[in-house]
Design a protein around this ligand. Structure first.
Ligand SMILES: *Cc1c(COP(=O)(O)O)cnc(C)c1O
Length: 384
C-alpha cells in the first residue's frame, strides 16, 4: 500500500460537534468563563449519569484522584495498593499525599491488577486500594469490594479510562466507593482537560469543594473562612461546556467503540499476526467501554523492536501508542527501591504492548487497514 493516497490515521482523535463549538463561543461571549453555571450543569448531568450520586469536577483526572485520596483520609504512614500497569499519575498521587504506593502485579490476560496478588499485598498499614480499569475494562467489582469490606479499606477507583463502562449492567460510577474519571482529550469523554469524582454523600462533596478551591467556604456576602488546606483545581465553564456537549453522545460513542473492537477481532482472525503470537485484549462486550485496543507483540519471534514496528505502522500511515511502560521501572520509582523483576507480567506487558487506532469517527475499513498492516509487518519481519 502506498501512503500518498490515504489520510494518516491517528491512534486517537476527539469528536467535538458543531453545537458544542457554538456553545463554547456562547460561554466565551457570556461574560462568565471560569467555574459557574456550565460547571453546575455538567456536575448535575454527571450525577444523573452516575445514578444520582454526588459528583464534583476538577481540572484534571490527576487532581481528581489526589483529592479522592485526601477525602479517604490517606496520608503519611499509609500504604495504598495499586497496579504498576497504568499511567504514572495513578501512583504519583499516592506520593503526593505522603503515602506509600504498594504494587501488585497484573493478570496478563485482563491486564488489570490481579486481585489474588492485591489481597496478598495487604498489611496492617494498608489504608486504600486504587484499582485501574485499563482500556476501560473493569476488574471483578464484586470480588474487589468483598476484599475492601473484609479488610476495612477505602477504594478510590481510577476509572480515568472507564467512563461509560459497566459492571453487570450497572455503570461504573453508579456503584462503589470513590470513583475518579478523567476528561483528557484521549479519554472516551473529554472536557479538553478535566476530571470528576463520584462521592458517597454530601459531606464528602463539601470536602471535595474545599480541596478544589483553597479550603474556602462562604456564607452570605461577607462571610469567608478557610478551615482545610485546599488547592486550585476548579474546572472552567469553557471546559464544562465541552464536557456537556460530549455527554449527549456517550452512548453512541461507546457503541461505536464496541463495533470497532469487534471489527479488530474479526480482522485479526486467522492472520499472520495471530499465528505468530500477537496478543489481543479480552473480548468483553458486556462491561468494557473499549477505551483502547491494545495488542502485545511476540518480540522474541520478530527481527524488529517495538519502536521499529511502530515506525513501520507510521510508514503505512497509521498512528500507534504505548500505554504504558511499567511504572515501577521509572527512575523516580527505582530511586525509591523498586527494581526490574518485581512485577514480571506488568513489565512484559509494558515492554510489548502497542495501542492501535480506535476513536469514534473511524470506520470498519480503517480497522481492516490496520489489521492488514499489522499482519504485513509480522510477515515481513518474522524470524526464520
Ligand atoms: C488519563 C489517566 C489519568 C490522569 O488523568 P489526567 O486527566 O491526564 O490528569 C490517571 N489514570 C489513568 C489510568 C489515566 O488513563
Amino acid at each position: 500500500m502506498t501512503q500518498s493516497n490515504v489520510a494518516f490515521l491517528p491512534f486517537v482523535k476527539p469528536e467535538i460537534d458543531e453545537e458544542t463549538i457554538q456553545g463554547v463561543a456562547d460561554v466565551l461571549r457570556s461574560g462568565w468563563i471560569t467555574t459557574g453555571p456550565q460547571n453546575q450543569a455538567f456536575e448535575a448531568a454527571l450525577s444523573e449519569f452516575c445514578g444520582g450520586r454526588p459528583v464534583r469536577t476538577f481540572n484534571s483526572g490527576t487532581a481528581t484522584l489526589e483529592i479522592g485520596l485526601r477525602i479517604a483520609g490517606v496520608g503519611p504512614g499509609d500504604e495504598v495498593i495499586t497496579t504498576p500497569a497504568s499511567w504514572v499519575a495513578t501512583s504519583n498521587v499516592i506520593y503526593e499525599v505522603g503515602a506509600t504506593p504498594v504494587f501488585a502485579d497484573i493478570d496478563p490476560v485482563t491486564r488489570n491488577i490481579d486481585l489474588d496478588r492485591l489481597e496478598a499485598a495487604i498489611t496492617p498499614r494498608t489504608k486504600a486500594l486504587i484499582p485501574v480499569y485499563l482500556a476501560g475494562m473493569p476488574v471483578d467489582m464484586d470480588r474487589l469490594y468483598a476484599i475492601a469490606r473484609q479488610h476495612g479499606l477505602r477504594v478510590i477507583e481510577d476509572a480515568a479510562q472507564a467512563f461509560g463502562a459497566t459492571w453487570n449492567g450497572k455503570r461504573i460510577g453508579a456503584i462503589g466507593d470513590l470513583v475518579s474519571f478523567s476528561f483528557h482529550p484521549n479519554k472516551n469523554l473529554t472536557s479538553i482537560e478535566g476530571g470528576a469524582l463520584v462521592l458517597n454523600n454530601e459531606a464528602e462533596a463539601v470536602l471535595a469543594q474545599k480541596y478544589r478551591l483553597q479550603g474556602i467556604t462562604r456564607t452570605g456576602f461577607d462571610g469567608m473562612d478557610c478551615d482545610v488546606l485546599g488547592g486550585k483545581y476548579n474546572l472552567t465553564d469553557v471546559a464544562a461546556r465541552v464536557g456537556l456537549g460530549q455527554l449527549k453522545h456517550i452512548e453512541r460513542f461507546t457503541e461505536q467503540r464496541r463495533k470497532l473492537a469487534r471489527a479488530y477481532f474479526a480482522g485479526f482472525e486467522g492472520g499472520t499476526a495471530r499465528k505468530l503470537g500477537v496478543g489481543l485484549p479480552v473480548a468483553d462486550f458486556a462491561n468494557s467501554n473499549w477505551h483502547m485496543f491494545q495488542i502485545t507483540l511476540p518480540l522474541e519471534k520478530l527481527t524488529i523492536s517495538r519502536a521499529a514496528f511502530m515506525e513501520q505502522l507510521k510508514e503505512r500511515g497509521i498512528g500507534s501508542g504505548v500505554h504504558y511502560p511499567a511504572i515501577h521501572l521509572f527512575t523516580l520509582y527505582r530511586e525509591r527501591g523498586f527494581k526490574a523483576g518485581m512485577f514480571p507480567h506488568a513489565e512484559r506487558f509494558g515492554a510489548t504492548t502497542v495501542t492501535l487506532p480506535l476513536f469514534t469517527q473511524m470506520t470498519n475499513d480503517d480497522v481492516a487497514r490496520v489489521c492488514r498492516a499489522v499482519n504485513e509487518i509480522c510477515e515481513q519481519y518474522a524470524k526464520g
